[in-house]
Write a protein that binds this ligand. Structure first.
Ligand code: AMP
Ligand code: GLY
Length: 399
């Protein structure tokens, strides 16, 4: 199969690494990819949101499957254009991707599907959570415990310009729960815990994610919860004639009243994918293709008994900025020599050298027999990598 992978982050590098091991792969193409992906396939200078560019690439290489990694191209509808032209796409239509792109749409679907979620409030009164309606890369959600925080949040969401949602503040542990689907049936692909704040001890601003681990040892009900949460949402979207094909990612809060959905995403998580895929057994290409062609019945997945931990190395001014370019990165080969997987997130090659080019620069994953073992190996590999101003959390997966 000729496969086009859309995106350029560490999640896409992890997908590429796993797709490259599938016997059915003839050639992997990335749009635009990154230096890590370039070692596994051919990178094309086509932006992830460039629908026309993607279509022309798919036509040229006679693509058998297009896998879309990030949310922005999905919400923008690149999947629709490709599908309309007859290409199998792993990734939802713009209509179905609204489950991530619009918080109010997600709430409406959850209500209709009977999925447990935070109660909506009509007035913002602390404690509560205020969420801008559209895509905001994690920056549109404000957890408010005081009246002053509510005032700031309302001002901020107004500055985002559009609608917003107010909901009750839930307390508990967060878990990311993943399933892939062909629009009718769901196949669970495991759970992971993500570390969203920039600083150790969950301090500082929210980020895209600074590290993750899987499995979550105390969270065992993966299959039952996918049945209870993902399945009815997929059925509701199908009922509305916007079937969801791709990865449905539920962000859960495990409260004293049981699991509740904080949000849905229309794609794999980053950095969760960097710990799920090293554990996934079987043929990823076959699974994603089965979803894309509406034939997932009979597919199943199993996760290895091993644990995986990933640590994100970020730019010095991340998350305020994500454009740290040109700092040489040392030690990637040494880290890989320990058996760790070094996934490129924001890198470039200049004069034959790998340099920084983004906010989340690298995602370093290791596996082990326990989460603790995997964590030790991941940090041992991280210690071998350096670039000016690198920042990373030291407490990823530290119970
Ligand atoms: P979201 O983009 O909706 O996942 O929100 C981003 C982060 O905000 C989540 O990962 C949670 O840490 C937090 N959050 C969102 N909704 C709530 C809620 N209802 N109660 C508590 N925290 C929340
Ligand atoms: N790590 C959270 C996300 O991918 O949205």
């Amino acid at each position: 199969m000729q496969v086009v992978l859309v995106g350029s982050g560490a999640r896409e590098h992890a997908l590429a690494w796993r797709l490259a091991r599938s016997p059915g792969l003839t050639e992997l193409h990335a749009a635009p990819g990154n230096p890590g992906i370039a070692a596994l396939g051919r990178c094309h200078p086509v932006r992830a949101e460039d629908g026309e560019g993607l279509l022309s690439l798919a036509v040229t290489i006679e693509a058998d499957l297009i896998v879309v990694g990030p949310e922005a191209p999905l919400v923008a509808g690149v999947g629709d254009e490709l599908r309309m032209n007859g290409f199998p796409v792993f990734g939802p239509s713009a209509d179905a991707a609204r489950i991530e792109g619009s918080k109010s749409f997600a709430k409406e679907i959850m209500r209709a599907a009977g999925v447990p979620t935070a109660k909506t409030m009509s007035v913002a009164r602390p404690p509560c959570v205020v969420k801008a309606d559209g895509l905001a890369s994690g920056k549109g959600v404000f957890v408010c415990r005081t009246a002053a925080e509510v005032d700031d949040a309302l001002q901020a969401v107004t500055a985002f310009g559009g609608e917003f949602v107010i909901e009750e503040l839930l307390e508990g542990e967060e878990v990311s729960l993943f399933a892939v689907t062909d629009g009718r049936r769901v196949v669970p692909v495991g759970a992971a815990q993500d570390f969203k704040r920039i600083g150790d001890g969950d301090t500082g601003p929210n980020t895209g994610g600074m590290g993750a681990y899987s499995p979550v040892p105390w969270f065992e009900d993966v299959d039952a919860l996918v049945e209870q949460i993902h399945q009815p949402v997929i059925e509701e979207l199908a009922r509305r004639a916007s079937p969801f094909v791709g990865c449905l990612f539920a962000g859960l809060m495990i409260t004293d009243d049981g699991p509740k959905v904080l949000e849905f995403n229309a794609r794999f998580g980053d950095p969760e994918t960097q710990v799920l895929l090293p554990r996934l057994q079987g043929d990823l290409l076959q699974l994603l293709f089965a979803c894309a062609v509406g034939d997932v019945a009979g597919s199943s997945t199993a996760m290895s008994g091993e644990a995986a931990v990933t640590v994100v190395l970020a730019a010095p001014d991340y998350p305020a900025r994500s454009d740290y370019a040109g700092a040489p990165i040392d030690g990637i080969a040494a880290a890989e020599a320990t058996g760790a997987l070094v996934f490129h997130g924001g890198t470039a090659v200049r004069n034959g050298m790998v340099v920084t080019n983004g906010g989340r620069i690298l995602s370093v994953t290791a596996t082990g027999s326990t989460v603790g073992d995997a964590r030790e190996r991941a940090y041992a590999a991280v210690d071998l990598i350096s670039f000016d101003g690198a920042q990373y959390r030291r407490d990823i997966a530290r119970g």
